[in-house]
Design a protein around this ligand. Sequence first.
Ligand SMILES: [Zn+2]
Length: 294
Amino acid sequence: MYHRVLEHPDPLQGEIHLARVMDTQFRTLRQFFKVLPLDEAAEMLMAGRLPPRAVCITFDDGYRDNHDLALPLLQRHGLSATFYVASAYLNGGLIFHDVLVETIRHASTGTFDLGIEGIQPLHISDVASRIAAAEHLMGAMKYLPPVQRQQLSERLIGTLGAKAPRSLMMGDEEVRAMSRHGMSIGGHTAHHVILSKLSPEAAREEIVSNQQTLSSLIDKPLVSFAYPNGKPGLDYDAKHVELVRELGYRNAVSTHSAVGTRQASVHELPRFVLNETTPIGVILRMLRMTTYAV
Ligand SMILES: [Zn+2]
């Protein structure tokens, strides 16, 4: 499971992969494992004929760097991946996480107060204090009610003004290009909402509008869905799994950190993040993960 890929480290972004590390990981996976398109692997899993050492590659959220940096790497290694896109942020939008990171990056030295009840003002000065502030605020605000989170997000984007990055996410053309190059585009809700925080009607609307936007963009039905944030029982539950199945998705992925076996539910396939930077590290990690199976 990947999110962003960057050419150079960014101290404020903990969960990114560097392009050169991704290159090593892809090379190692191709050499020692069997990298399959997820949609194909999920069908094989259900039919009981998934080959040994099968691996699938996924990217979440729809970042432009997935198109600019990950796509050429995948092509160089002859690999295919699935990209889960939160469609409301295509063409210049920003996911809440990035609004926070950019706000902290550009905040001037001193006391920083978001003006939200229960969230203490933070002291901002050097890079270390900004890293700590970004982590603290992300943790404190991940589970804000979606409407409140959206309002806060808009207010912060307003404060950022011209400093708000406008090309962090893909545009329609990048999504189409990914699909044309044989990559799979998957559903991830319109606004990257935590489904368990929504009414059943609102959850359905988020999933359906995302599905319609993306499938008309690439002119193909979507096959795979990723639950935003993805922790089973916390971020989504059985009724969302049922809904995703009912809406025609053939498979879905969570962020439960494990490997999927024949017993796994094809609408709740687990994933994990590979952070190892050397071939031997990648291989050992993959072996170790087999002790975490569902
Ligand atoms: Zn996501």
